[in-house]
Design a protein around this ligand. Structure first.
Ligand SMILES: Cc1cc2nc3c(=O)[nH]c(=O)nc-3n(C[C@H](O)[C@H](O)[C@H](O)COP(=O)(O)OP(=O)(O)OC[C@H]3O[C@@H](n4cnc5c(N)ncnc54)[C@H](O)[C@@H]3O)c2cc1C
Length: 861
């Protein structure tokens, strides 16, 4: 083992070997992988080896597609076969709801360049004759599915990495990690200590233990997973002989099973409801190449359905049952990236589908380590997406829920119950007493909507409009016409203070910092001029700024802030950042009567002239010390009121008591999101994401290119001078009884005209390896954009995608936001656009000006 390496990768499973290969390919050859035992000694060796491209997050789906196409490359370079079987596969729908789900997945696939196809059960049966097709109503075919040899594939990555100069050390456990003052890591192993600039945790089943070596509790848990292998089956042999083809892979949602051909028989695995965690607290170091005891009773309910749906399999004898553990994060996606609060400590763990995702994870992480940026929108697998609330027990409950629901439909209005309530504000019981339907907002219970008195506060889950539709409409109308109050504790809140704070924020943000007592809205960009944040900033004092943003991005943003803090040392500007999380909570009041209401609760003049739109003041509200912003996300006259949790009940009661005479109502997060739609306001992580530039995102007025050399300025200036390729727009949609949910294709009637063929950006201009596997730099192709496949239907073609939408209750219209080619963005003609909702194309029209209060006079009143 060498004594020094630029990077040490801990763990020789498929993920560690992929990370090693990608780092070497990116030019870091002074790297070393350290494996406790032999390669594949965690979960990799006993995997079923299946792979597919589909994922609920289109960005993760894209990285899965990259993984699949990478196998040929590593086979060639290493000379080691992965035993690829690219058979294709089908997902079977047993109900109309499941078919709606497949239609949605198929629609998303349109702009991702996926070749999926909706087919009939009989067509599926022709490719997998062991099924009884009468159990199903339809199916979706995906040609990029198959299976491989897990051990061969892991070794192919390892051999390819070695060929590029990487070193692999086997039978050597990493026992401790310490860090020198200069940031160098001491990787203490059974064979001695190696110094490393970077450490990567690819510990798979032991990733938690490696995290604990540096004081981090990673939110992941191993679950037992079973699949069975049948004896050879004459039906399989007969099919192979008569068609010259292998049988395809089949996923049966109802049975929670996946099945495919394995040699001359069948492999069938389950994601059973009665799932079981493995080693929930500590993973034993002496666990290795052994399997767990099968428990057929646990999977019996799934097998019963499986045998009914696939009677051909029931007749076959079972040769072997494999039961092995592998790890999951709370939402089933990997944990990748630098860990906030540490320097040069990286994660690539909780990769539950190492053979679908391992390549993409390795690519993104190596880009991040070598070039300072993953090069893609990897939010869906960023290790920063979970907060401190994701403790060991919370993780245990959520992972079990996720596993047992792996093949269940997640409806757009569905809130999942496990590990809740976790965090609550002081108003939690009051909100329940008010008949609130609560939702989970980054681990915090937040009112979504208020059910009418006497009815059960519960969502009826659906892809269509549901039981919340009427009550949300009431909340919106009462707020817009009189006044409403809502909890906003779920926003992120920070304080940046110290003599260097203004310069620091000016360097990070695209907008000018406000004067004392004023507020600005500002995006934040990365070096490539892509959106990585959207903030409300108030100057609270000479050297003190209050900042609000999206709660889910708290760790993501803290990581960025910490990375860009001025270096400490004599004479260095001092900047302190404090993240409040739930030590600061809030209430928002909005609507034409909100000023009259607030005036009753404060002892200062808040008339228009003294407390203007976008003003910030510290004042007592109902007797409690508060910070008040004259701004609201509803786009109405309104206020955000921030206080310590100890005062929240006092302020809420004061608002309720004083509000009675004005017809005050409670409104929830869903009404708030409905109201922002009719103001064309974007949301972070839907409209605004790191794949879009600020001009694409229509954030022009918040970008002051001339102010200073802020991060991303050069790229933003280029975007502006060349003109954005895409543009965020708002649509009014002629919907039926379902509204858009996000990711639906946007069609335009452009005939033979060049509409400036739209591309779904997936990555951006970081110098890096592209998903094509070539080293690329700078060009548009290098930006990882994937051209929308020529989806054409007569004069119509797919030109864009929806980011979010819903019903705008005040204007009583269905609305959507999304991206289209910039050339089409100002065209409000009727008949030009259609948006696909649940497989049906609905007329849509761009609405350049917000339909509610287009001049903003109500907001400024
Ligand atoms: C029954 C079953 C079926 C599956 N089927 C599929 C499938 O069909 N398709 C699919 O894509 N995935 C499947 N999986 C999941 C797949 O196996 C995992 O996604 C994958 O193995 C994760 O790889 P990894 O490299 O992250 O972790 P692991 O394979 O667990 O590797 C981690 C490695 O780190 C080493 N290590 C840990 N700590 C240390 C230390 N301190 N020092 C040195 N070395 C250390 C371990 O020895 C181990 O070799 C299946 C899993 C199981 C159990």
């Amino acid at each position: 083992m060498k004594s020094h390496a630029k990077a040490v990768v801990i763990g020789g499973g498929v993920v560690g070997c992929s990370v090693l290969y990608h780092l070497a390919k990116a030019g870091w050859t002074d790297i070393m992988l350290i494996e406790r035992s032999e390669l594949t000694s965690g979960s990799s060796w006993h995997a079923a080896g299946g792979f597919h491209t589909l994922n609920g997050d289109p960005n993760v789906a894209k990285l899965q597609a990259y993984t699949v196409q990478l196998y040929r490359e590593i086979e060639e370079l290493s000379g080691q076969s992965c035993s690829l079987h690219l058979t294709g596969g089908v997902m079977m729908a047993d109900t109309p709801e499941r078919m709606d789900f497949l239609r949605l997945a198929h629609a998303k696939g349109r702009y991702l360049g996926m070749d999926t196809e909706l087919i009939t059960p009989s067509e599926a049966k022709a490719m997998f004759p062991l099924m009884d097709e009468t159990n199903f109503v339809g199916a979706m075919w995906d040609p990029v599915e198959g299976h491989l040899d897990p051990s061969g594939t892991t070794h192919a990555y390892a051999k390819a990495a070695r060929k590029l100069g990487a070193e692999i050390v086997l039978r050597n456990r990493v026992v401790e990690l310490t860090q020198e003052v200069d940031g160098t890591w001491n990787v203490v192993t059974e064979q001695g200590t190696a110094k490393a600039e970077h450490v990567v945790n690819c510990g798979g089943l032991w990733a938690r233990e490696i995290g604990r070596m540096v004081g981090v509790e990673l939110p992941l848990l191993a679950m037992e997973h079973m699949y069975l292998l049948t004896e050879p089956m004459p039906e399989v042999e007969e099919f192979n002989k008569s068609t010259g083809r292998e049988m395809i892979g089949v996923l049966d949602f109802k049975g929670e099973i996946y099945t495919r051909q394995e040699r001359n028989g069948i492999l069938l695995g389950t994601y059973e409801k009665a799932c079981k965690p493995w080693s929930p607290v500590n993973t034993p170091w002496d666990f290795g190449h052994e399997l767990l005891q099968p428990d057929i009773d646990r999977i019996a309910p799934s097998l019963e359905i499986g045998f009914k749906h696939f009677p051909g399999i029931e007749k076959a004898g079972i040769k072997q049952i494999i039961n092995g553990p592998f790890t999951f994060a709370l939402d089933g996606n990997p944990l990748v990236g630098p860990v906030q609060g540490l320097t040069n400590f990286w994660c690539a763990c909780a990769v539950m589908a190492g053979f679908s995702q391992g390549g993409g994870v390795g690519l993104a992480l190596s880009n991040w380590m070598v070039h300072g940026d993953p090069g893609f929108d990897v939010w869906g697998m960023d290790v920063a997406r979970f907060g401190e609330w994701a403790t060991l027990r919370y993780t245990n409950a959520k992972v079990r829920e996720n596993y047992s629901r792996r093949f269940s439909i997640r409806f757009p209005n569905e809130e999942l119950p496990a590990a809740r309530p976790a965090q609550t504000t002081p108003l939690y019981d009051t909100m329940l007493a008010n008949n609130a339907v609560m939702g989970d907002s980054w681990g915090l219970e937040t009112p979504l909507w208020f059910a009418p008195k006497g009815t059960e506060p519960k969502d009826i889950v659906s892809f269509h409009r549901s039981n919340d539709f009427g009550p949300i409409g009431e909340e919106v109308r009462a707020t817009r016409e009189k006044v409403g109050v809502t909890e906003i504790a779920n926003f992120a809140k920070y304080e940046v203070s110290g003599p260097g704070s203004e310069d620091f924020l000016n360097r990070l943000m695209t907008n000018r910092m406000p004067k004392t007592g004023r507020i600005v809205l500002t995006p934040m960009l990365n070096e490539f001029g892509r959106l990585i944040g959207d903030f409300t900033i108030a100057k609270a004092g000479e050297e003190r700024f209050m900042i609000w943003s999206s709660s889910a991005a708290q760790k993501y943003h803290m990581r960025w802030f910490e990375k860009h803090l001025p270096k400490e040392g004599p004479g260095a500007p001092q900047v302190r950042i404090h993240r409040f999380d739930q030590t600061l909570v809030g209430l928002s009041i909005a609507g034409p009567k909100s000023r009259d209401l607030l005036q009753k609760l404060v002892d200062v003049d808040i008339s228009t002239k003294t407390f203007r739109f976008m003003d910030f003041r510290e004042m007592a509200v109902g007797g409690a010390p508060c910070m008040v912003n004259r701004i609201t996300y509803t786009g109405d006259l309104g206020y955000e009121i921030w206080m310590a949790p100890a005062y929240q009940r006092l302020v809420y009661k004061a608002i309720k008591d004083a509000g009675e005479e004005f017809g005050l109502v409670d409104f929830g997060m869903r009404a708030l999101l409905s109201m922002r739609l009719e103001k064309n306001f974007p949301t972070w992580f839907r409209e605004l994401r790191p794949i879009y530039g600020p001009f694409e995102g229509a954030m022009d007025r918040f970008v002051k290119l001339e102010k200073n050399d802020f991060i991303g300025r050069e790229a933003a200036a280029r975007e502006q001078s060349e003109g954005p390729k895409l543009r965020r727009v708002s649509f009014i949609v002629d919907a039926a009884d379902a509204d858009v949910m996000g990711d639906e294709p946007i069609w335009a009637k452009v005939g033979g005209k060049d509409s400036g063929t739209v591309e779904k950006p997936h990555g951006y201009g970081a110098p890096r390896f592209d998903t094509d596997g070539k080293q690329v730099r700078g060009s548009r192709a290098a930006e990882g954009a994937s051209a929308v496949r020529g989806i054409v239907d007569g004069d119509w073609r797919v030109v864009g995608w929806v980011t979010s939408g819903g019903y705008a209750h005040y204007i009583r219209k269905s609305m959507a936001q999304g991206y289209v080619p910039a050339a089409l963005a100002g065209d409000e003609s009727a008949g030009l656009f259609e948006i696909e909702i649940l497989g049906s194309r609905r007329p849509a029209r761009i609405n350049v000006e917000p339909p509610f209060d287009p001049s903003g006079e109500k907001m400024r009143a």
